[in-house]
Design a protein around this ligand. Structure first.
Ligand code: NYM
Ligand code: MG
Length: 210
């Protein structure tokens, strides 16, 4: 076959301090060591103009309505999506540290309508695999740097956790590979479970949309 396979689209989700960034980094390095082309993206991407607004909102140096910040988080995904799509088409695997699922889970935790929260991300590429790293909010709260940003409070994280359970149910019903892993075990154990799931991704079919 002369046609090159596309790359895969992998999302790591979780509550704050669930170990997402550590696992994304390990996944990146492991795939690179296997000779694959891989790129890591983090949402929110705080480097863009929209990302800077999001950053100041999260650091509580600015206030925005719940609707406006929700739309900014979504716009922050739309502004890099062409880049991600072209990487995937050219055979590069893209790892996303959070995605639209965080958008729904956190905004709905503030009382916004569920379907309204889903709508601005409709049309974004649908991941091949979503891994939700589960740690109990009480455990995450004991990890370093917790509580520095907006939302990093146990009561809010408990609502976000419930929302992720609903997100998992809904997307699994649509046939998405949305897998929850117990992230309270060792870093190595979680990483090897992630690698097992990543190895099973089938890139012969085209990417669908959310
Ligand atoms: N967050 C993240 C949202 O509320 N909506 C979104 O769409 C995304 C991508 O931003 N508490 C929240 C979740 C986190 C915060 O993320 C910052 P991180 O991964 O801690 O930088
Ligand atoms: Mg955080």
């Amino acid at each position: 076959m002369s046609i090159q396979n596309r790359g895969s689209l992998i999302v790591i989700e979780g509550l704050d301090r669930s170990g997402k960034s550590t696992q994304c980094q390990l996944l990146l390095e492991d795939l690179q060591a296997k000779g694959k082309r891989v790129q890591l993206y983090k949402f929110p991407d705080r480097t863009t103009a929209i990302g800077k607004k999001i950053d100041s909102y999260l650091k509580e140096t600015s206030q925005l309505s719940d609707q406006v910040i929700h739309l900014l988080f979504s716009a922050n995904r739309w502004e890099v999506i062409e880049d991600i799509q072209s990487k995937i088409q050219s055979g590069t695997t893209c790892i996303l540290d959070r995605y639209a699922f965080s958008g729904i889970a956190f905004s709905a935790a503030k009382g916004l309508n569920w379907e309204w929260c889903k709508s601005p991300d409709r049309g974004l590429p649908r991941p091949d695999l979503v891994i939700f790293l589960h740690v109990r909010p009480e455990i995450a709260a004991k990890r370093g740097q917790y509580g520095e940003e907006r939302y990093e409070k146990v009561e809010i994280q408990k609502k976000v956790e419930k929302n992720f359970e609903r997100i998992e149910r809904e997307y699994m019903e649509e046939g998405m590979a949305f897998i929850t892993l117990d992230a309270s075990t060792s870093v190595e154990a979680v990483h090897s479970q992630i690698m097992n799931l990543v190895d099973k991704i089938d890139t012969s079919k085209a990417l669908d949309t959310l």
